[in-house]
Ligand binder design. Structure first.
Ligand SMILES: [Zn+2]
Ligand SMILES: [Zn+2]
Length: 368
C-alpha cells in the first residue's frame, strides 16, 4: 500500500513523502496510526546523533487501530486499539527469562538497528530505496507494520495520544523512579530536565510518594509544566547554582536525582547533587553517546550509586498495561503532558517547539 510518512533519507534531511508499505508477515500487525509522540530521540536520530542510521521512517511513540494481522497473530485482531511498544522483546533469551526484557538480547539487531525482528523492513520510497523502521516502530506515518510483540492492547476509552506517550516517555520517566531507583515514600527527589521524560519522572515521583520533588530546567515554561504535574519546588539552573539549590532544599542533597538531559554536565551534576548514599539515575536515549568523567573518590567515600535506566527498567507487557490502568484510575495525568497537536506536515514546527521549550510534549495526530 501507499501512505505518507516522515522520511529521513540522509542525516538532517527530513521530508514528508509518499512511501510504500508491504503487508504484515505471519507474526506482524498492520496498524493505522492515530497519534505519534514527538520525542528527543527522533530529533537526535534525524540529526545522526544516535545509533540508528537513515534511510528510515521516523517515530517510535505511537498508538492506533489494528487494520490487519498476520496468520500467526492471536493476541490482537482488526479493530483493536493498541499502543506501540518499541521494545519487542523475544521472551525466550536468557536476559528476558531472567526478568529483564527491556534488555532483550535481540534488541541490538531489532529496535536499535531500526529493523523488524526478522531483520528486514516493509518500507520503501517510491523510487525504490529501502527504508528502515525507526526503533522497530516507524510511527510517524499513516500506517505501521510492527511485530506482534510491539502491539500492546489498550481499552477504547484511552485516548490514542495518551497511549502513545505511555509507550515511551511515561514508561521511561516513571519507570526510572519506580523500577530502576525504587524510590520510597517520603524520600526526596530531583529531576534534571523537564521534557516529556523528565516530566514523566515527576509523575513517577508523585506516584512513589516522594517529598520534596524538585524540578530543574533552564526554561521557566517547562518548570511551570513541572509544577502542574506535581513538582513541589522548581530551580532555574540558568539563574542559580542548581546543586546548591538542591542541597538547600534537602540539607545533604536529594535521596534520588534523575537526569533526563543526557549531557555530560547534567549527569555529573546529578551525581554531585545526590546525597551521600543516594542514587543518581540517568535515563533517556540521548545519553547513549555521552562520555562522562566520573570522580571515583566521592563515588566511593560517599557510597553514591550511579544507575542507568533503559526503557524505565520496565517489563513492557507487564508495566505498560499497568500504566494504562493507572491512567484510567485518574492517577497518571498524561493528558496534562500533551500540550500541542500537529498534523504530520508540521513535523518541523513540532521539533522546533520541543527544542524551544514551548511544549511539555507535542503529538502528531492523524485523522480517524
Ligand atoms: Zn529476549
Ligand atoms: Zn520516546
Amino acid at each position: 500500500m501507499k501512505m505518507r510518512a516522515a522520511v529521513v533519507r540522509e542525516i538532517n534531511q527530513l521530508t514528508i513523502e509518499e512511501v510504500t508499505l508491504d503487508p504484515p508477515k505471519a507474526h506482524e500487525v498492520l496498524v493505522r496510526i492515530r497519534a505519534a509522540g514527538v520525542c528527543h530521540s527522533d530529533l537526535h536520530t534525524y540529526r545522526g546523533e544516535l545509533r540508528a542510521m537513515p534511510p528510515l521512517v521516523l517515530g517510535h511513540e505511537g498508538a492506533g487501530v489494528v487494520e490487519a494481522v498476520g496468520s500467526a497473530v492471536s493476541k490482537v485482531k482488526p479493530g483493536d486499539h493498541i499502543l506501540v511498544n518499541w521494545v519487542p522483546s523475544c521472551n525466550q533469551c536468557p536476559t528476558c527469562l531472567r526478568g529483564q526484557p527491556n534488555l532483550c538480547e535481540r534488541l541490538p539487531s531489532t529496535s536499535l538497528a531500526a529493523l523488524l525482528p526478522d531483520g528486514t523492513t516493509r518500507l520503501k520510497t517510491l523510487d525504490g530505496v529501502t527504508l528502515k523502521h525507526y526503533l522497530s516502530a516507524a510511527t510517524m506515518a499513516e500506517y505501521a507494520v510492527i511485530d506482534e510483540a510491539s502491539a500492546i492492547p489498550i481499552p477504547a476509552d484511552v485516548p490514542f495520544e495518551v497511549g502513545a506517550l505511555i509507550g515511551c516517555a511515561v514508561v521511561t520517566g516513571a519507570g526510572a523512579v519506580i523500577n530502576t531507583a525504587g524510590a520510597q515514600p517520603g524520600s526526596s527527589a530531583a529531576v534534571i530536565g523537564c521534557g516529556g521524560v523528565g516530566l514523566s519522572a515527576i509523575i513517577g515521583c508523585v506516584l512513589a510518594g516522594c517529598n520534596p520533588i524538585i524540578a530543574v530546567d533552564v526554561f521557566d515554561s517547562k518548570l511551570d509544566f513541572a509544577r502542574k504535574l506535581g513538582a513541589t519546588h522548581t530551580v532555574n539552573a540558568r539563574e542559580v547554582d542548581a546543586i546548591e539549590a538542591m542541597r538547600q532544599l534537602t540539607r545533604l542533597g536529594p535521596d534520588y536525582v534523575f537526569d533526563s538531559v543526557g549531557a555530560a554536565a547534567t549527569i555529573s551534576q546529578a551525581l554531585k547533587a545526590v546525597r551521600p548514599g543516594g542514587a543518581a539515575t540517568v535515563m533517556g536515549m540521548h545519553s547513549l553517546k555521552t562520555d562522562v568523567p566520573i570522580p571515583a573518590g566521592p563515588l566511593i567515600a560517599q557510597n553514591k550509586r550511579l544507575l542507568g535506566s533503559f526503557f524505565g527498567s520496565a517489563k513492557p507487557h507487564f508495566d505498560l498495561p499497568r500504566l494504562i490502568d493507572l491512567y484510567r484510575a485518574g492517577r497518571l495525568p498524561v493528558d496534562d503532558l500533551v500540550t500541542k497537536r500537529y498534523p504530520l506536515d508540521e513535523i518541523h514546527q513540532a521539533f522546533h517547539d520541543m527544542e524551544a521549550g514551548h511544549v511539555a510534549r507535542g503529538v502528531i495526530v492523524f485523522p480517524g
